[in-house]
Design a protein around this ligand. Structure first.
Ligand code: DMJ
Length: 571
């Protein structure tokens, strides 16, 4: 049966016939206009939604930054000499620098949270395998190393969790053999710094407990310490590969921590042990102030080995200067400065310049010959030289500061010259070819950003902040993974390793954070950093805070004073 077609269907159907419109062009134009309007309306709504979403994201980011800033404002910080962060912000700090500082804080939070999640209580996090490893004998190295960074960044909740672990879980009575140097700079230094910042007695108690365990290491015929010790039994010795010798940096970089401990406990024994080492070394100290990396603990004489400001030599020179600063530059501690100035003459004798670009570098020495090699570790030297420049007479001070700046440029180029923009472990210099990477790993080391921090503080030149920011971005790009930060096995290919070194949290991120903070956060006339970047408060030799002492030395010479305030730079 055929379907009946109604009159209305026939009438409606005609609108679908193109013929109908060809005969009525005005209607066609109207329909065309209507279609365009609807399409435009829909498109406009969609792009408006997109713009709104982007705007919401941007606002959310700003809210996070503002929240962090607000949180900072609430934390009155001893590290700022009693100033609150809000007072510091009044120092007209520019928004880009504040944002950069927040990004560094976010990096610290990511590193710390990953450690808490996967390796809590272990010395260090292995981010790729999502577990922890006891690289320092099981003393919770990352926790102790991070304490002051958490405090300075105002990460209070995290700081409290770390504090609880230290109070309840940190145990030194362990049948384990540890490095005296690493344990001193990371654990003892971390505890003392946390005490100085927070005034919480638990940190001082733990520091004393640890130092007492370490003290037998100094029981050698000369008082120069053996480098390894069993914490439970106190038997100390040197590793077999040194032929019975002590390592220069390992033996001569405990003065800051042990002197600080004596000042705070009023027990002189720690200071006496550490200071005797330098007095002993002073007996045979050469005019150029350079010592080989091996020193005999039976005779006190530096024996065979290379002379270097890199691995195994570095912090010996650093502590000569810093012990003088820690001791308020008084007559009593003048010998430290004198020895350091000799070493600076020695350092100048090792300076060479590459071709064709004239990069200044610190060569290494073996016997009478120089090797055209420099470790990234030696990149702490520009910062040290800048810090020590203020003890020289005008003229000489500027000259030595200029050398520091030249060396920092070289170190920055260690980073810039690789495809990942991260530095290798060491560099060789060749005639006509400037520098090339030797050992090509990068383990998140801090030395270059440490120097940038000092140079920025002393020159006020914002270029150093830019360089630091570039290095930070390279870490973000190559080293940040979902479960923390890793080093690179190779800075050319970018292959990742599986270790988040505790000094990344203690030093690298702290120096970067301070590079983007006003100079009144941990001011250098009131604090001195140990070699693991733990700030120790400068007090008089008898333990009074520095500003209460009678015979104050001029703190910072005139040519640096504006820099200390940080105001000149942020107008
Ligand atoms: C740190 O433990 C200290 O800075 C030490 O003085 C040298 N090596 C590492 C960081 O690279």
């Amino acid at each position: 049966m055929g379907k009946k077609v109604s009159a209305s269907t026939v009438r409606g159907g005609r609108y679908l016939q193109p013929r109908y419109y060809f005969k009525r062009p005005r209607r066609l134009a109207l329909i065309f206009l209507a279609v365009i309007s609807v399409t435009w309306f829909v498109y406009d709504r969609q792009s408006l939604t997109r713009v709104h979403q982007e705007e919401i994201l941007r606002l959310n980011e700003e809210i996070t930054i503002l929240k962090n800033t607000l949180e900072d404002m609430r934390v009155p910080m001893k590290a700022t000499g009693g100033q609150t962060q809000s007072e510091i912000h009044e120092e007209r700090y520019d928004p880009i620098t504040i944002q950069r500082r927040e990004k560094v804080k976010d990096a610290m939070l990511h590193a710390w949270t990953s450690y808490e999640k996967y390796a809590w209580g272990k010395d260090e996090l292995q981010p790729q395998t999502r577990d922890g490893v006891d690289s320092f004998g099981g003393l919770g190295a990352t926790i102790v190393d991070s304490l002051d960074t958490l405090y300075i960044m105002g990460l209070e909740v995290q700081f409290q969790r770390a504090r609880e672990w230290i109070a309840n879980r940190l145990d030194f009575n362990k049948n384990i053999e540890v490095s005296v140097f690493e344990t001193t700079i990371r654990v003892l230094g971390g505890l003392l710094s946390a005490y100085d910042l927070s005034d919480d007695k638990i940190f001082l108690e733990k520091a004393r407990e640890l130092a007492d365990k370490l003290l037998p290491a100094w029981d050698s015929p000369t008082g120069i310490p053996y480098n390894r010790i069993n914490l439970a039994y106190g038997n100390a010795h040197n590793p077999s590969w040194t032929g019975g010798n002590s390592i220069l940096a390992d033996s001569g970089s405990e003065q800051l921590e042990f002197i600080a401990l004596s000042q705070r406990t009023k027990d002189p024994k720690y200071q006496q042990k550490a200071e005797k080492v330098i007095r002993e070394i002073q007996k045979n100290f050469p005019d150029n102030g350079l010592l080989s990396i091996h020193i005999d603990p039976r005779t006190g004489v530096a024996s065979y080995g290379s002379i270097t400001f890199g691995a195994m030599g570095d912090s010996f020179y650093e502590y000569l200067l810093k012990a003088w600063i820690q001791g308020n530059k008084t007559e009593e501690v003048k010998f430290y400065r004198e020895m350091w100035e000799k070493s600076m003459k020695g350092l100048e004798s090792l300076i060479k310049r590459s071709t064709p670009s004239s990069f200044a570098y610190i060569a290494e020495k073996f016997g009478n010959s120089l090797t055209d090699k420099m470790d990234e570790l030696a990149c702490f030297a520009p910062g040290m030289v800048a810090l020590g420049s203020f003890g020289y007479k005008p003229g000489e001070a500027e000259k030595i500061l200029a050398l520091a700046e030249e060396l920092a440029w070289t170190c920055y180029n260690f980073y810039q010259s690789t495809p990942t923009k991260l530095a290798g472990e060491n560099y060789y210099f060749h005639e006509g070819k400037d520098m090339n990477v030797g050992t090509s790993w990068n383990i998140l080391r801090p030395e270059t950003v440490e120097s940038l921090f000092y140079l920025w503080r002393f020159t006020g030149n914002k270029t150093y902040q830019e360089w630091g920011w570039n290095i930070f971005q390279a870490f973000e790009k190559n080293s940040r993974i979902e479960t923390g930060y890793v080093g690179l096995r190779d800075v050319i290919s970018g292959t990742k390793d599986n270790m988040m070194q505790s000094f990344f949290l203690a030093e690298t991120l702290k120096y970067l954070y301070l590079l983007f903070s006003p100079p009144s956060v941990v001011p250098l006339d009131a604090w001195v950093f140990n070699t693991e970047a733990h700030p120790l408060r400068i007090v008089t030799r008898d333990g009074l805070p520095e500003d209460l002492s009678a015979n104050q030395e001029p703190k910072i010479p005139r040519y640096m004073q504006g820099r200390k305030e940080g105001i000149l730079d942020y107008k």
